[in-house]
Ligand binder design. Structure first.
Ligand SMILES: Nc1ncnc2c1ncn2[C@@H]1O[C@H](COP(=O)(O)OP(=O)(O)OP(=O)(O)O)[C@@H](O)[C@H]1O
Ligand SMILES: [Mg+2]
Length: 272
């Protein structure tokens, strides 16, 4: 069920000029607008990614369609985009929302952690999982994620303070607005190579490699059907083609990961 924006919280950093909005389910969402300065297609990329990541059980925020009404825009003139010095109004209608973990007035969410704190991330395996996805979907951006504090349980021991990582910003899968699949060894890598230290072979990318290889066509269909028509009007065939190419590429993913070792900076120091 789509949600409706009820309160403006703040503007976020980044090229898509997202805004943090509270919706009528009581949660807050980082909302990228259909007429954002990057491209309408980044919303399609985000939403398709969200469906695929959910199936692959890769750690990412929940996502929802968020309706922004003319009345809300009238009452919140700061909800707008800028291009140079020009103010561009947000188009009313449905936009893409990525759920903020917790209450934004109290929860601290970080874009980066220092290396010494990365050790305390409970789900570091998510960085290997998402590399499988990023190689598959030809993410043209470096890997981005958010971290937030949580009590972390290790090996049945009592919880201790740590962090959880959630993967965000899938606007540049399919090479962003280009909707194609260029390949490069550094594509999709996270900037802190420490997260890849456990990698000794392709085995450390399981079960995600197998899940991609046997990816159900129904989930691809479901991803396509979840896109609001206004986001792909006139581009339905192009999207169909992207998804067909994505489906075809499933078997290339192991080679694409292995090829990262041939890059100038091999990200896997322990894979010999
Ligand atoms: N679900 C979320 N919860 C909390 N913060 C988030 C969430 N999604 C995004 N953010 C924050 O909003 C910022 C912008 O999001 P994102 O990187 O997706 O947008 P962008 O405009 O595409 O950025 P870029 O310029 O990197 O392409 C992120 O750096 C992050 O701090
Ligand atoms: Mg970003």
């Amino acid at each position: 069920m789509p949600l409706t924006a009820v309160r403006h919280i703040r503007r976020m950093r980044g090229g898509a000029q997202a805004h943090l909005l509270e919706a009528d389910d009581g949660h807050s969402y980082v909302v990228k607008f259909r007429n954002n300065p990057q491209h309408r297609r980044v919303l399609v990329n985000e939403l398709i990614s969200s469906t695929l990541l959910e199936y692959l059980q890769i750690s990412a925020p929940e996502t929802r369609l968020i309706e922004v009404t003319p009345a809300f825009l009238g009452a919140n003139p700061e909800v707008a985009l800028t291009l140079g010095t020009a103010r561009i109004p947000v188009a009313p209608g449905w936009h893409f929302g990525s759920r903020f973990p917790g209450d934004p007035s109290r929860a601290a969410v970080y874009d980066f952690l220092p290396d010494a704190l990365l050790e305390r991330v409970a789900n570091l395996e998510a960085f290997r999982a998402i590399l499988v996805f990023d190689k598959w979907a030809a993410n043209a951006d470096g890997r981005q994620c958010i971290f937030y504090r949580a009590m972390v349980r290790r090996g049945g021991a009592e919880g201790c303070p740590g962090f959880v990582a959630r993967m965000i910003d899938h606007g540049f899968v399919f090479n962003g607005p280009n909707w194609d699949f260029p390949e490069s060894p550094i594509q999709g890598l996270y900037c802190r190579r420490q997260v890849y230290e456990p990698v000794r072979s392709l085995d450390e990318f399981q079960p995600w490699l197998d899940q991609v290889l046997h990816f159900p066509e129904e989930v691809m269909d479901q991803a396509w059907k979840g896109i609001p028509p206004a986001w792909i009007e006139g581009e339905e065939d192009a999207l169909q083609e992207v998804l067909e190419r994505l489906y075809e590429r499933r078997k290339r993913v192991p080679d694409l990961i292995a090829a990262a070792r041939q890059g100038r900076a091999n990200p896997f120091p322990n894979w010999r």
